[in-house]
Design a protein around this ligand. Structure first.
Ligand code: NAD
Length: 334
């Protein structure tokens, strides 16, 4: 039976890495009916909606999306479609496995990095509630709720239990934001108490940033509110070789949308040099979600093999291959 999947190419490098991931997924032998939904600056400006109806209709039909990045104008313009999509579909958990890949030279080659980030995905400073109180005085509202905090904490601990992970660390700034981050932390503690066999600790976010750089191998499962989760994800990507290789999943009760951590990378868009690994590894997470673990494994193993051999990797990870050359090598390795 075919799986129906909404493919959102996005913009910038999105169409390049989405097409690479689609070719790789098709080569695994999994049968996917791709429904293409265009979502980019042009469509948003044309329809006047940050979440055009055809995208939502498609995701409501398929319930599963593979999404390329979409550019958000900085400091003005329309609101982020990425944030809007996560809120609209209630994709409350942003899950980002950060792992070293063989042959990628980093500053941390001597340690094995294998951590999973659980970022709350629907609230916090991403509430979009900003206003100018009086001229030149602006407030941005940070919204933290018990419902969302309990939900992400439970999701992270359940995952840790299922995957045999040993440690969960909650990352916060409750020394300063005593009410908001204090509530997040109380919820994490409440859930942690139900999992006594998993070691639970807490770190203030600034200290966490330093510890991640000093001792990245010590981290296992990280549990964070939205903004810290966003920042720490990019930091963690930097530890293993950059944004080109870190995948992600946005999970809700009824929908799942898989996308890389990286954005639309306008600096390299259209040049055919973007690294599609993160998008391919996001596709592997999607295949697992679709109940196709063997296809996921084929894809992951082929990527590992190409990295190990190292003559067909892209320039962001020390090679010279184009997006297509890397993709061809992954398909050959399957
Ligand atoms: P970015 O992730 O697009 O790029 C940061 C740096 O990493 C750039 O130097 C880029 O060339 C490099 N990079 C990223 N992905 C790469 C890949 N696959 N291969 C090789 N190099 C890669 O971050 P940014 O420049 O801060 O943001 C650009 C735009 O993307 C912004 O409009 C932002 O809002 C948007 N964005 C979208 C998403 C999303 O759709 N989920 C996520 C993050 C940022």
């Amino acid at each position: 039976m075919s799986h129906q999947v909404t493919l959102i190419p996005g913009d910038g490098i999105g169409p390049e890495v989405a097409s690479a991931a689609r070719r790789a997924v098709d080569a695994t032998g999994a049968s996917i009916d791709w429904e293409i939904a265009e979502l980019n600056a042009e469509v948003i400006l044309k329809t006047g909606e940050s979440l055009p109806k055809h995208v939502l209709d498609s995701l409501d039909r398929t319930r599963v999306g593979l999404k390329g990045p979409v550019t958000t104008p900085i400091g003005g313009g329309y609101t982020s479609v990425n944030v809007a999509l996560r809120k609209r579909l209630d994709l409350f958990a942003n899950v980002r496995p950060v792992r070293s890949l063989p042959g990628v030279v980093t500053r941390f080659d001597d340690v094995i990095i294998d951590m999973v980030i659980f970022r709350e995905n629907t609230e916090d400073l991403y509430s979009g509630l900003e206003h100018e109180v009086v001229k030149d005085v602006v407030t941005s509202l940070k919204v933290i709720t018990r419902t969302a905090s309990i939900r992400i904490a439970e999701y992270a601990f359940q995952f840790a239990q299922k995957q045999g992970r040993k440690k969960v660390v909650a990352i916060h700034k409750a020394n300063i934001m005593k009410l908001a981050d204090g509530l997040f932390l109380r919820c994490c503690r409440e859930i942690a108490a139900n999992y006594p066999h998993i070691e639970y600790t807490e770190l203030i976010v600034d200290n966490a940033a330093m510890q991640l750089v000093m001792r990245p191998e010590k981290f296992d499962v990280l549990l964070l509110p939205n903004l810290y989760g966003d920042i720490v994800s990019d930091l963690a990507a930097g530890l293993v070789g950059g944004l080109g290789i870190v995948p992600g999943a946005n999970m809700g009760e009824n929908h799942a949308v898989f996308e890389a951590v990286h954005g639309s990378a306008p600096d390299i868009a259209g040049k055919g040099i973007a690294n599609p690994t993160a998008m391919m590894l996001s596709s592997a997470l999607m295949l697992i979600h679709l109940g196709e673990p063997a296809a996921a494994k084929r894809l992951q193993s082929a990527i590992q093999a190409v990295y190990l051999e190292h003559s067909h990797v892209t320039r962001d990870v020390g090679g010279t291959a184009s997006t297509n050359e890397f993709t061809d090598a992954v398909i050959r390795a399957m």
